[in-house]
Ligand binder design. Sequence first.
Ligand code: NAD
Ligand code: UDX
Length: 343
Amino acid sequence: MANDGENQTTTKPPPLPSPLRFSKFFQSNMRILVTGGAGFIGSHLVDKLMENEKNEVIVADNYFTGSKDNLKKWIGHPRFELIRHDVTEPLLIEVDQIYHLACPASPIFYKYNPVKTIKTNVIGTLNMLGLAKRVGARILLTSTSEVYGDPLIHPQPETYWGNVNPIGVRSCYDEGKRVAETLMFDYHRQHGIQIRIARIFNTYGPRMNIDDGRVVSNFIAQALRGEPLTVQKPGTQTRSFCYVSDMVDGLIRLMEGENTGPVNIGNPGEFTMLELAETVKELINPGIEIKMVENTPDDPRQRKPDISKAKELLGWEPKVKLRDGLPLMEEDFRSRLGVPKRN
Ligand SMILES: NC(=O)c1ccc[n+]([C@@H]2O[C@H](COP(=O)([O-])OP(=O)(O)OC[C@H]3O[C@@H](n4cnc5c(N)ncnc54)[C@H](O)[C@@H]3O)[C@@H](O)[C@H]2O)c1
Ligand SMILES: O=c1ccn([C@@H]2O[C@H](COP(=O)(O)OP(=O)(O)O[C@H]3OC[C@@H](O)[C@H](O)[C@H]3O)[C@@H](O)[C@H]2O)c(=O)[nH]1
């Protein structure tokens, strides 16, 4: 347990934005870059940001796990721009804010090419910080509850330094995000960059890839396809699931607020994977079987956010309970899988 970022801030003034910002002909719009904006959380964030007519949104994404389909309603909109771009390459644009989400999030995808995952987290974050420094933008990093590893403290406050295996199969992601957090604070202290760090806990909702591999999407797709729900052993491991609209609300509050973070954003409602399977079975397909299958190495045994800091600093707490969020996701999966609801 230790300092959670409060004494880690700098007195350096942030870099100045482009002189064009002070030109009398300049439109007063806020230009916002969302990296990874074609993905699950990113596309919901874009929807919310686009609701504000003062916002121009630029998405940079390499479509590794995201898709243009998630953004189809904005393509062609005058305040929206979509760039095929890999964040491991520098990006030269002019923006006021950067939401830096680009990174595969499902363990299946981040373990697929671990070296690329590290590059995305380290070089990608360096590039986005370089951009923030050049144009004087504020930057928010979507870090993760995985920085706590297999936590020995429960629930996890931001002051907990974590219990992460540095050489395991999940390390490319866990350690990659930890370095990304370090880079954020070093740019803040050394260059005065305005930073925000969100530690996101398991988030679910419509638009997750059907074959994303994460537990909620797996169970819902399995229940709708009439396949057994695959609970990885022992099934007593816990997670706390946050609905995506709550997550987006938390991220925007963090960006707009005055605190650097890190701030946990997640729903403290904690479930074992067996409880989750039972709930999906009851709500979606009571006839389905639950099957125990082998787990993968280093799977964290418990995870639940302490959200006192988010409540106090952002006035934020989640509103959507798991039992209310699952049916919203079911509806989206039914339409994409072409499985109508029976009465
Ligand atoms: N969903 C969760 O439960 C969760 C939990 C903790 C942290 N996060 C973080 O939130 C962010 C978004 O997660 P998500 O669930 O929407 O995942 P996602 O996989 O749906 O979205 C990630 C997006 O980043 C893009 N991307 C990946 N590598 C890239 C690269 N090198 N250059 C450009 N784009 C790249 C993908 O194509 C995709 O559109 C990630 O940073 C993730 O680590 C998510
Ligand atoms: O079909 C499945 C898939 C997963 N699981 C279990 O469900 C739990 C959650 O697994 P997920 O793959 O959904 O996600 P994890 O919690 O392991 O990691 C996630 O956590 C935080 C984020 O940074 C990432 O989005 C992701 O890495 C694990 O205990 C896993 O063993 C199943 O029981 N069955």
